[in-house]
Design a protein around this ligand. Structure first.
Ligand SMILES: *Cc1c(COP(=O)(O)O)cnc(C)c1O
Length: 230
């Protein structure tokens, strides 16, 4: 089932790339494994997947030691500063940085761990009340404020677009995110490179790829509906 789903997602990624003349290698598929049991992750691993995304530190802590070491773990969910330390020996990137306060905590722990952590700035692209992330207006100021911090590298932007039945309605948000990344890049700020655009989920990843996503985060289309009750 999971292997089959991955194949279908893969075909859809390839077609989206072809439509806009992008290379398949330009897009990383992050399998979003939150709430899923380790057996399901292993199935995805056996089907060739190596990038997994989780939104809770506790779940990363639980699953990490049970799975092969060559998995690239991505932290994609809202993060509390007191939990940052648990991620330093586990994740390759933190997608959900939405405050200077959090960036400082990541910086501090990364320095302590002797590493550089790649981070993305999370943008609330549609300005939804229920969502985390910065408003467009505040992004540049914040990027400039956290760029000099040691132990982190700002690698790009991330957004969670609104839930929708019609992915076309999210195109404008993905386009805005890319344009914002281009604007920030033009400023040539030290320690900032806008190479990553983490956008697109089960409902809208093809549109996101067409608009320049480098990382798509796909859960439901691979693992099925999540059951938050268990
Ligand atoms: C759960 C989640 C996803 C995956 O959502 P699907 O619609 O199941 O593909 C992507 N990004 C974030 C931040 C998530 O929390």
């Amino acid at each position: 089932m999971i292997a089959e789903n991955i194949k279908n997602v893969e075909t859809r990624i390839q077609k989206a790339c072809e439509r806009v003349g992008r290379k398949r290698e330009e897009v990383t598929l992050i399998c979003v494994t939150k709430t899923m049991p380790v057996e399901d992750l292993r199935e995805a691993y056996d089907a060739g997947q190596r990038s997994f995304g989780e939104n809770r530190v506790q779940e990363i802590n639980d699953k990490f030691p049970q799975l092969p070491e060559d998995i690239q773990w991505h932290m994609i969910g809202h993060l509390q500063t007191n939990k940052v330390k648990y991620l330093m020996d586990k994740v390759v990137m933190i997608h959900s940085v939405d405050s200077v306060h959090l960036a400082k905590a990541i910086s501090k722990e990364a320095v302590k761990a002797g590493r550089v952590m790649d981070i993305l700035i999370e943008i609330n692209a549609a300005g939804e009340e229920s969502k985390f992330g910065l408003d467009y207006d505040n992004v540049l100021t914040m990027v400039k404020e956290i760029a000099p911090l040691p132990g982190i590298h700002i690698n790009g932007l991330m957004t969670v677009a609104p839930y929708t039945d019609d992915p076309e309605t999210n195109r404008v948000f993905f386009r805005n995110l890319r344009e914002l990344a281009v604007d920030i890049d033009r400023q040539s700020i030290d320690n900032v490179s806008m190479t990553v655009l983490s956008m697109g989920m089960t409902g809208d990843f093809e549109v996101a790829i067409e608009e320049g996503a480098t990382h798509i985060r796909v859960g439901t289309a691979i693992f099925g509906q999540r059951n938050y009750a268990v």
